[in-house]
Design a protein around this ligand. Structure first.
Ligand code: SF4
Length: 369
């Protein structure tokens, strides 16, 4: 049963220095052709939406599209899906895109959760990251959403920025905690290949923070957000009571979802597959063949279940996993017991989960699976 739908909008106004997502700066004509192909793809699956609970429109920056193209997409969704029955309907945005007009459009078409890419409030860090907004844009955006009765708001933040001091991080945390929001995603800056940041790094023009400072900053983020009443429920995600991201929980619980749009991934009907990534070829495929060419990927169900499930602070139930995959986890991965002895993992009432120390070393732990 399909309960979660992801829709990808691969366009941005400007490319951030650290970003390796599937996105590009495109002409208006290309955006129009992409959106009409996407609408075709949405229609191709029209008989599969009857049990949907969540829709997530991500990117790229969906809010950077001209407002009439966003409305065309909403009209299509509205014609195919019972939006009122959705528990969560999210769209990703940049703060400087959220005019009152756009917030009203969101409200009119049933968007009930908005994710705002803030990253930092610090002017020079924003400039270095290549972001296009300033601190005032964030408060204006959130005011506009609240005026339209959209209060389920997530803010994306980043820590361990290049040359970021602990004081600057504390200022960012203080600012984000002033906002009337329900959810915060707080990620560390990652050096991704084929980004401007990576190029600067290879030229020895920048250096990344060492692991100790990064761990100190991560601990600061966790403690501050918990003290402010947020529940730390996933490695990088914090929510007020009742406001966990329902759509992302589908990924973390390894449940099925369908992705539409170029480069989108799906886990559906027992298969993991992705749409063609090249936007021009995606448009052509939908025009000529009626569907985008898809690549199927191998599924490693146990590995995926463990890696996704352990991202949640509640962890995984080892009895459930043992029964589901007919294995004995502790026998299959003797390292788990070593990690428990090193106070990186904890096993209580058959529930296996990260300790605070383990959270700092997530990738080391994941590498055994
Ligand atoms: S706005 Fe988001 S998707 Fe676009 S380049 Fe920046 S980080 Fe990447």
């Amino acid at each position: 049963m399909l309960t979660a739908l992801y829709i990808h909008i691969p366009f941005c106004e400007k490319i951030c220095t650290y970003c390796d997502f599937h996105k590009e700066i495109a002409s208006l004509d290309k955006k129009k052709r992409y959106m009409s192909s996407l609408i075709k793809e949405l229609n191709n699956h029209k008989f599969e939406y009857s049990n949907l609970l969540t829709i997530y429109i991500g990117g790229g920056t969906p809010s950077s599209l001209p407002i009439d193209l966003i409305e065309d997409l909403f009209i299509c969704i509205d014609s195919l899906i019972n939006v009122k029955a959705l528990a969560e309907f999210t769209i990703e945005t940049n703060p400087n895109d959220i005019t009152i007009e756009l917030a009203q459009l969101f409200q009119n078409y049933g968007i009930n959760r908005v994710s705002v890419g803030v990253q930092t409030f610090n002017k020079s860090h924003l400039e270095f990251l290549g972001r296009t907004h300033n601190k005032n844009d964030v408060t204006t955006a959130i005011d506009n959403l609240l005026k339209c009765n959209i209060d389920n708001i997530n803010v994306d933040m980043m820590f361990s920025l290049i040359n970021q001091s602990l004081e600057e991080l504390e200022e960012d945390i203080a600012e984000v905690l002033k906002l009337p929001i329900k959810h915060i995603s707080y990620y560390s800056l990652i050096l991704e290949e084929k980004t401007k940041l990576h190029y600067l790094y290879r030229q020895n023009k920048i250096s990344m923070n060492d692991e100790d400072l990064e761990a100190l900053m991560y601990n600061k983020v966790i403690d501050s957000l918990i003290n402010a009443g947020f529940n730390h429920y996933e490695i990088s995600n914090f929510s007020k009571k009742g406001y966990k991201s329902l759509h992302n929980l589908v990924y973390w619980k390894n449940k099925q979802y369908l992705g539409l749009g170029s480069g989108s991934h799906s886990l559906y009907r027992g298969k993991r597959f992705s749409n063609i990534r090249n936007i021009r070829k995606y448009i052509l495929a939908l025009q000529e063949e009626g569907y985008p060419i898809r690549e199927t990927h191998n599924i490693e169900p146990l590995r995926e279940e463990l890696i996704m499930g352990l991202r949640l602070l509640s962890g995984v139930n080892i009895n459930y996993v043992n029964n589901k995959y007919n294995v004995d986890l502790l026998e299959l991965y003797p390292e788990i017991e070593e990690f428990i002895n090193q106070n990186l993992l904890e096993l209580k009432n058959d529930q296996l989960y990260f300790t605070r120390n383990g959270l700092m070393l997530g990738n080391t732990i994941f590498s055994i699976f």
